[in-house]
Design a protein around this ligand. Structure first.
Ligand SMILES: Cc1cc2nc3c(=O)[nH]c(=O)nc-3n(C[C@H](O)[C@H](O)[C@H](O)COP(=O)(O)O)c2cc1C
Ligand code: SF4
Length: 525
């Protein structure tokens, strides 16, 4: 080998080494920290992806669960990059039955709030005060209509949980613990909704039984604002939580009180109640003992439960403070395919059925409704609000914001971006304080889009968007108003009159921001 060639090889080797070292210690990209050098391949492919796909592979709207367009919107929003799309829609609107269309007003009523000053920083509190109808001492108005959905420490890495919790602080929103209890990664200032699953992780005794004193201790020792009893989750109803053996690390085992390295399976049902009556007793007990609002999370299958629940609420005065409905299209860390694909109704259908039952019994204004199931995308969220959601929970979308590339290996402990793994090396790639900012940016971008759409529909807040503002296309030649699709009567989907008045007052701005120029003298005259 000539000296020149040897010199060239040495220079190339030191360049490679320099890139590896830089990749290992930079803090922005988990993929490069975990896969120095080779990780660049992903960015190259991402960069030339549109061209490759256009000729060879898939279109912008073909990937699932989240299409490339949807992911690009989340990634760009999270990085505060340009999240606009050029040239117009590439969706086949006219030929896609079920496609929702939002009907803007020609002369919208309220002063525009979202542009240009408020923009990303727009405040968007919930239109209802959770727990107010039942006078819970801890009743409160959530500061954000978009909140982080239940995902336990176990299914997610400690660094991912920390990033979400810190992101919740920056975005002023709530962070649901998931059913794995409160870990040290949840303690970075974000306000929590404590989820109580069937295994009572975080509030159980050594034998695995629910322990009220433990719950009270946990709640007193962390910024917990509400309790959520998990009945079921859209991706795997009737199954308990499943944390596969490779993810049961020593830290998780200690936090949950289970053996290390063995599948951690929660029971499929609660031991503290076995029917709807018992559930309501337990809700009242937890609310009385902790002072907090108490709600349930459920997927929608058999509808009789909801009739029974609302009948009992009406007859006995016992009640849940909030209801979280999770769509069958929702996410999970791990579940059997038959359950993720086929068990429980998709969000819109399930939510509308449940909401209608509450509304027909005149209970809908006293309960806060929360929706989940790909609602972290503005178009889905708007339909959710029109159907009666007061807030939405988002899970996989903030996972995307902290680096998830939709590799769908969450159940294997080999998540390449450190989001859904307990592998210390892979989790190290995810730098919590950097990703926290991305979570907050994403949530703020979603809130801003929601305000802009509300404004286009002529109302001050997404919770005031009615079913009249949404049509569902039936294909090329006709559309059906959302209220006809789901059998809503006039007024359904809205908060009560008092709550509407209050949220309009809260959203009001002294000076109209952005929007139109002052009227000309002739227009005024
Ligand atoms: C990794 C992962 C872990 C989850 N863990 C829980 C959990 O502990 N408890 C729960 O009720 N739901 C859990 N979920 C469901 C989410 O909270 C949410 O309801 C569902 O994914 C729908 O929201 P999305 O479409 O925005 O992801 C989990 C979802 C994912 C992706
Ligand atoms: S990158 Fe893949 S394995 Fe990791 S969280 Fe996302 S989908 Fe799951």
């Amino acid at each position: 080998m000539s000296r020149a060639v040897r010199g060239f090889a040495a220079a190339a080797a030191s360049m490679v080494a320099a890139v590896v070292v830089r990749d290992l210690f930079q803090r922005k990209h988990a993929l490069l920290r975990n896969f120095p050098l080779v990780g660049h391949g992903r960015y190259l492919i991402e960069a030339i992806g549109p061209e490759l796909r256009q000729y060879i592979v898939a279109a912008n709207n073909e990937e699932r669960p989240f299409t490339r367009d949807q992911r690009r919107w989340v990634y760009a929003s999270a990085k505060k990059e340009n999240n606009y799309f050029g040239f117009g829609t590439d969706n086949d609107m006219e030929y896609t039955p079920g496609y929702p269309v939002i009907k803007h007003r020609t002369f919208p009523r309220p002063a525009p709030r979202s542009a240009p000053k408020a923009a990303q920083e727009v405040e968007l509190p919930c239109a209802k005060v959770i727990g107010a109808a039942r006078n819970r001492p801890g009743a409160f108005r959530p500061k954000s209509v978009v909140n982080i959905s239940a995902m336990s420490f176990g299914s997610l890495s400690g660094n991912a949980v920390e990033a979400l919790n810190r992101g919740a602080v920056l975005a002023d929103c709530l962070h649901n613990t998931g059913e794995g209890g409160i870990s040290r990664h949840h303690r970075h200032g974000g306000e929590l909704v404590f989820q109580i699953g069937t295994a009572y992780f975080g509030c159980r005794d050594a034998e695995g039984r629910f322990n009220l004193d433990r719950l009270k201790e946990v709640v007193a020792g962390a910024p917990v604002r509400a309790l959520e009893i998990k009945l079921s989750q859209g991706a795997k109803p009737s199954l308990g939580g499943l944390l596969p053996a490779p993810k049961v690390s020593a830290e998780i085992a200690a936090a949950r009180g289970v053996p290390e390295g063995r599948d951690c399976i929660s029971p499929s049902r609660h031991a503290e109640f076995s029917d709807t009556d018992g559930l309501l007793d337990w809700v009242e007990l937890l609310a009385a003992e902790t002072g907090l609002p108490v709600g349930i999370k459920s997927a929608v299958g058999d509808i009789d439960f909801w009739y029974e629940l609302t009948d009992l609420m009406r007859e006995t005065g016992r009640a849940v403070d909030f209801v979280t409905i999770d769509g069958g299209e929702g996410g999970t860390g791990a579940a059997p395919l038959i359950f993720t694909d086929t068990v429980s109704l998709p969000f819109q259908l399930g939510f509308a059925q449940v909401y209608r039952i509450f509304a027909e019994r005149n209970l809908h204004e006293q309960v806060t409704f929360i929706g989940g199931g790909k609602l972290g995308l503005p178009d889905n969220a708007v339909v959710g609000f029109a159907l009666g959601c007061d807030m939405i929970n988002v899970a996989r979308e903030p996972m995307l914001a902290i680096g998830c590339i939709q590799a769908q290996k969450c159940h294997t402990d080999t998540c390449p971006t450190g989001v859904a793994t307990q592998n210390a090396w892979l989790a190290r790639g995810l730098v919590p304080d950097v990703k926290a900012v991305r979570v907050a940016n994403y949530i703020k971008a979603l809130r801003r889009d929601l305000v802009k759409v509300a404004e286009a529909c002529g109302v001050e807040h997404p919770g005031l968007i009615t079913t009249e503002s949404v049509d569902i296309l039936n294909g090329r030649n006709s559309s059906t108003p959302l209220h006809d699709v789901y059998g809503y009567k006039p007024g359904m989907g809205l908060p009560g009159a008092g709550d509407r008045e209050e949220i309009v007052r809260l959203m009001a701005v002294e000076e109209p921001e952005g929007g139109s120029a002052p009227p000309s003298p002739s227009a005024v005259g």
